[in-house]
Design a protein around this ligand. Structure first.
Ligand SMILES: *Cc1c(COP(=O)(O)O)cnc(C)c1O
Length: 366
């Protein structure tokens, strides 16, 4: 509390990011859904050929090199792409532009009961009324639950986090169709980690109220670069640009623009990298299930696993942590019986499985 802060800053509960180990600390880091592989070799080329003298000049305000790379690989117009400083910033601008004080109504923003924990922070920050929609069996989202519920906007992560479970394009269509007067935000931070999962970008010709948000942080191995983007109708993208240009005209810098564009255009490397993670996820899931864990079908680069009855999630989290393996545990009631485990390299996951196996056996023998 401070008398110098405004009321909002005094009352808000900020988002808490997953723990980052100190430099030099040796841990297996499976707690913030980062990619275990290096970014594309094209990133190194982009850095080595970067003309340092250009840094004296302001960057392109719209990140045009990134916008054009995205437009090319996604098959959309550059005017349908908005780039920001990480997708967290893009999401915040979306909440502000599309939801805040929408038509002066008191209607709520709909989000799944368990979803990305930044959404409630944005709702609080922009004085929006939250309404959480319960998940169905096995963490499934039923689109009908969003069809007859008055709202000023909808935000859903697909695949959802921390549950890892995905909706199909048909299901997303149902939600967009039923809410023509609201923007439907589909946060696709993890959409590339499933062979059969299609991006909602495919639905854009049909729905001017759909806004797809993506990031370079997860599948492109660039969490440290801070580049995220939105793909939507020109009408929605225009709105985001107006918000951005009233706040920070240069959200991405020259180096980030060169690096992100190079990574996005290396589609072959991107695909290979995602496939390796999908394969490791399948192996890890199988090994955990053999030890009695419940693991819902994941479409992401993480799994949401419930330990067998001999172990509590919190106890296992602590044990792994003291052994140098970081996973994510949420104290939230309803999901506090599970751990969110990022998929690392096959070697990391082998060590993880061995550590878990030891804890399961110790628990059974005690
Ligand atoms: C990681 C994550 C993001 C944030 O990504 P940045 O681009 O690094 O800000 C957004 N949404 C979800 C659901 C995420 O898990």
């Amino acid at each position: 509390m401070s008398k110098f802060w405004n009321e909002k800053i005094n009352s808000i509960t900020p988002y808490v990011a997953g723990e980052q180990p100190k430099p030099g600390q040796k841990v297996i880091k499976l707690n913030t859904n980062e990619n275990p592989y290096a970014p594309s070799p094209k990133v190194k080329d982009a850095i080595l050929s970067f003309d340092i003298s250009t840094l004296r000049l302001y960057p392109d305000t719209n990140g045009t090199s990134i916008v054009e790379a995205i437009a090319k690989v996604e098959g959309v117009k550059p005017s349908q792409v908005f780039v920001g400083n990480g997708s967290d910033e893009v999401l915040a601008l979306c909440f502000q532009t599309f939801f805040e004080k929408q038509n002066n109504t008191d209607l709520p923003v709909l989000t799944p009961e368990f979803s990305y924990s930044f959404y409630p922070v944005f709702e609080d920050f922009y004085d929006l009324r939250p309404k959480k929609i319960a998940l169905r069996e096995n963490f499934k989202i039923d689109p009908q639950d969003y069809a007859n519920e008055p709202n000023c906007g909808i935000a859903i992560a697909n695949p959802n986090a921390p549950t890892s479970v995905a909706m199909s394009l048909d299901e997303i269509s149902v939600i967009c169709k039923a809410n023509p007067d609201s923007v439907v935000l589909i946060d696709e931070a993890y959409v590339e980690f499933e062979e059969d999962l299609q991006s909602a970008v495919k639905l854009l010709p049909e729905f001017p109220n759909l806004c797809v948000v993506r990031t370079c942080s997860k599948s492109y191995s660039l969490a440290g670069l801070r580049v995220g983007y939105a793909i939507a109708s020109e009408e929605l993208i225009d709105g985001l640009n107006r918000a951005k240009d009233s706040f920070n005209s240069y959200p991405t810098d020259r180096l980030a623009q060169a690096i992100a564009a190079a990574a996005i255009l290396d589609e072959e490397y991107h695909k290979e990298c995602c496939q390796k993670i999908i394969d490791t996820r399948k192996e890890t899931t199988k090994a955990l299930e053999e030890m009695g864990f419940d693991v819902p079908d994941s479409s992401a680069n993480f799994i949401f696993a419930k330990p067998p009855k001999e172990l509590t999630a919190e106890g296992l989290y602590q044990k792994l942590r003291s052994g140098g393996i970081l996973v994510r545990y949420f104290k939230t009631s309803g999901i506090n019986d599970r751990l969110r485990i990022t998929i690392g390299t096959p070697e990391e996951m082998k060590e993880f499985i061995a550590a878990v196996k030891k804890e399961v056996e110790d628990a059974k023998n005690s």
